[in-house]
Write a protein that binds this ligand. Sequence first.
Ligand SMILES: *Cc1c(COP(=O)(O)O)cnc(C)c1O
Length: 370
Amino acid sequence: MVKLMDLCDYAPGYIRSIAPYQPGKPISELARELGLNEADIVKLASNENPLGISPKAAASIPGAIGELARYPDGSGYELKQALGSKLGVTASRIVLGNGSNDVLEMAARAFLAPGIKAVYAQHAFAVYPLATQACGAIGVEVPARDYGHDLAAMLRAIDRDTRVVFIANPNNPTGTFVAPGEMHAFLRQVPAGVLVVLDEAYQEYLPAELRADSVAWLSEFPNLVITRTFSKIYGLAGLRLGYALAHERVADLMNRVRQPFNANSIALVAAVAALNDEAFIQRSRDVNFEGMAYLTEGFKRLELSFIPSQGNFISVRVGDGAEVFRRLLKRGVIVRPIAGYGLPQHLRVTIGMPAENERLLRALEDALHE
Ligand SMILES: *Cc1c(COP(=O)(O)O)cnc(C)c1O
């Protein structure tokens, strides 16, 4: 008889040493712990859209229920057509994922292996080190500059064993942003044998003047992969849908490691509807812009410094992040501690609806004086 301990010892060391991803605390969990109504809890912890789901997406779902006994369209034909015509790319350049998390992992699995290196920045999105480690590859973390990507240092960190560079723009959890010109100059200097995964989960929140035409860069750089998601501005985090745009051959490799039915049929239908809900996207952008202005004013009033953000969230320096997080929880407000990202003095706050932002500021003021 093999004892379970012995069995698990056979798992590769690089798997056993993975530190699990820490998700935001669910509303239902805090409600149980505090004996509160879920409706009295404010969650600004996972960069979800405070407006909820796009109304057009919501309206599309009932019609898809009748098909749920069947497997989804594994090729995602309709959604790829919709994305293709919106973005000006052919379907062969699109890879669909169970959230963009999934496509990030596909990129890692297609190009990384034990002994191979992936480069990413300090304070970068947690999925990059996780996906790297799950492949047994070596993660190279490059120190940040002013909390953001130090692209020159990242270039210097690339060596002959490097196969992937991960960059989120804007970055989560810092909200820092690399201007289009700088990003393009970086891409020109990355060796052609290194894949650049440009994670644009918050791209749709950028004001028009900051938004790069990154999709156009795909024809210039066959080693570029752009990832985007329906979890943020489109308000579909619970349905799990994201996508990657890449050169056909890169997309083909990623599709080989993709689970055949990774995008479910409700998500596929809802995403097509959400993609064309321009009014909702614009409203989401406006609510975010106003909420960001309101919160940054509030932080200034409380004499708290913060990292200027181009996302739908902002990281504010509160001193002892873990302690202030707990004090906020007692007041029914869930934010995100980010010590795991090397920022123990900061808390990341998702921009909410006006009443939620107001509640956060009041609770924060209270918590700081407790
Ligand atoms: C939220 C986020 C994602 C999206 O995750 P999904 O798996 O699509 O829900 C990807 N990258 C970054 C940097 C994010 O913050």
